[in-house]
Design a binder for this molecule. Structure first.
Ligand code: ADP
Length: 494
């Protein structure tokens, strides 16, 4: 009987388990929501044990749905929300504080203190000092949980991102490890030397004893003995990197954009890390058998979230899929340009203070024009990231791979193709992140063949080609640039 690869995709709001077959087809999936905890304004936490329980549940459910047993599983791949920080007791395996979720701003004050070290940190980690990354979150826990720093120094406490936490639990506490992609998001890992950075550990006052060992993404991370099985965890990588891998973006210049709540664009830059001067992050794309590929990464804070706002805030649609119908019920945007800077703007502006603004309304403006402008805004923000990426990588791009909830909008995808003047390719498998982890694990176990064979398995469900000329595209982008500038000017007068 054919075996399957089990992919565990632990995301911010839910955990998923998916079984893939040799052709990359989905055999069964199971998903469970994970509740987030908001102890104060801007703080986002989750109970790490609840995350673990959800993973156990979805694995069981997925196997049951597929009518499979562990004997049918070839190997396990883990992909996870990145940067989220857990500290637990080495003996009992119990967390000493909630998992601090990547979005949480509770370590902002800590980051402010390191502002003068911005360049220094960027030159070692490729990251911009910001509470997103694990270092300040870990420092927050050690500063606030009484006696924890001393206990960590005595080797009694362990730190990990979600992948480490799951590996530790799945292996019944036998393995404390992470992979290079997750390590590269902690702000404690030197992406040039490929080691935990002693200077940064000193700067953030983190005892080295509590850090996991770092391995390539395709490594034997131990067996999932919690389930009394000998099935090996053969792959670990962060979610955005797994998506890049799942899209088979193996060549320098290959690029993908995930249109989720926010949008994350990653471009493979090959074996050389490129340090950005324009607000992109430099990160490890993957490490296969010790051979590292790097990526440039840009983020849009409000992507699909603006569609949620149309539904829940403006209440002009009752579900996200309705947005396309609304947007195409009018012949154009009626001159409306929407800058959905609800929480500031990400790459390349990194402006925390600018707020959402709608320009160009007349008495003829309807909700449908606003829906259309909202979808266009997702595409315009993506173009801002894309332009910086093309410039820094000195590559002219011919296509973009896409995934994520908002990529279901055909209007958005066509408009994206129009203003970028390149082809947009949407894959058949919508679970690209989980597929990436399955590919990585299956390559290690020889379940899948070479990267070349994986590339050949790629299946494009739909391709969008530019339908307007370059001059019209440029004109549309000029109105956006003007709107962004005005929104940012307005902030200055507040
Ligand atoms: P995440 O992983 O960040 O939770 P998903 O990839 O599940 O995100 O995508 C969810 C987002 O996609 C939501 O913000 C939602 O508004 C948007 N979305 C879902 N379906 C559609 C659609 N048909 N058209 C436009 N946006 C959509």
């Amino acid at each position: 009987m054919e075996k399957y690869v089990l992919s565990i995709d632990q995301g911010t709001t839910s955990s998923r388990a998916i079984l893939f077959d040799k052709r990359g087809n989905i055999i069964a999936t199971a998903q469970e929501e994970v509740s987030l905890i908001y102890p104060h304004e801007g703080w986002v936490e989750a109970d790490a044990l609840v995350i673990w329980i959800s993973v156990v549940n979805v694995i069981n459910e997925c196997l049951i749905k597929a009518n499979a047993t562990w004997a049918d599983i070839d190997s396990i791949g883990i992909t996870n929300q990145r940067e989220t920080t857990v500290v637990w007791d080495k003996q009992t395996g119990k967390p000493i504080y909630n998992a601090i979720i990547w979005q949480s701003r509770q370590s902002s004050d800590i980051c402010d203190k390191f502002n003068d070290k911005k360049e220094y940190i960027h030159n070692k980690t490729g990251l911009l000092i910001n509470p997103f990354f694990s270092a300040s979150k870990l420092k927050f826990i050690l500063d606030n949980v009484e006696g924890s720093r001393e206990r960590a120094k005595r080797g009694e406490l362990l730190f990990g991102t979600i992948d480490s936490w799951l590996i530790y639990r799945l292996t019944n506490g036998a393995v404390h490890a992470t992979d290079t992609t997750n390590a590269s998001r902690t702000m404690l890992y030197n992406i040039f030397d490929l080691k935990w950075d002693e200077d940064l550990l000193k700067l953030f006052d983190i005892p080295k004893q509590m850090l996991p060992k770092v391995f390539p993404c395709n490594h034997d991370f131990g067996t999932a003995s919690y389930f009394s099985t000998k099935v090996h965890i053969y792959a670990v990588l962060g979610d955005q990197q797994a998506s890049l891998f799942g899209h088979a973006c193996f060549k320098e210049g290959d690029c993908k954009n995930t249109y989720g709540t926010g949008c994350f664009m990653l471009m493979n830059t090959g074996s050389t890390p490129i340090l950005s001067k324009n607000g992109l992050l430099t990160t490890v794309a993957w490490n296969i058998d010790g051979k590292v590929s790097y990526a440039l990464e840009g983020s849009v804070f409000i992507g699909g979230a603006v569609i949620q706002w149309l539904r829940d805030g403006l209440k002009c649609i009752s579900s996200a899929p309705e947005v396309d119908g609304a947007a195409t019920s009018v012949k154009d945007n009626g001159g409306v340009v929407f800058v959905p800077a609800f929480v500031g703007l990400g790459t390349p502006y990194w402006d925390n203070d600018v707020r959402g603004t709608i320009f160009g309304m007349t008495r003829a403006t309807t909700e449908n024009h606003i829906c259309r402008a909202a979808l266009e805004a997702i595409a315009f923000q993506t173009k801002d990231v894309f332009d910086v990426m093309a410039k820094e990588a000195k590559i002219s791009l011919t296509s973009l791979q896409v995934d994520g909830g908002a990529s279901k909008s055909d209007y958005l995808m066509q408009f994206q193709s129009d203003i970028l003047q390149i082809n947009i390719e949407k894959p058949c498998c919508t679970e690209t992140t989980a597929l990436g982890a399955a590919f990585m694990a299956g390559c290690k176990s020889k379940y899948f063949g070479s990267l070349k064979e994986i590339s050949m398995m790629r299946c494009i469900e739909k391709e969008f080609k530019p339908q307007i000329d370059a001059v019209s595209a440029q004109n549309a982008c000029k109105t956006w640039e003007c709107a962004v500038q005005s929104a940012r000017t307005f902030k200055a007068f507040k």
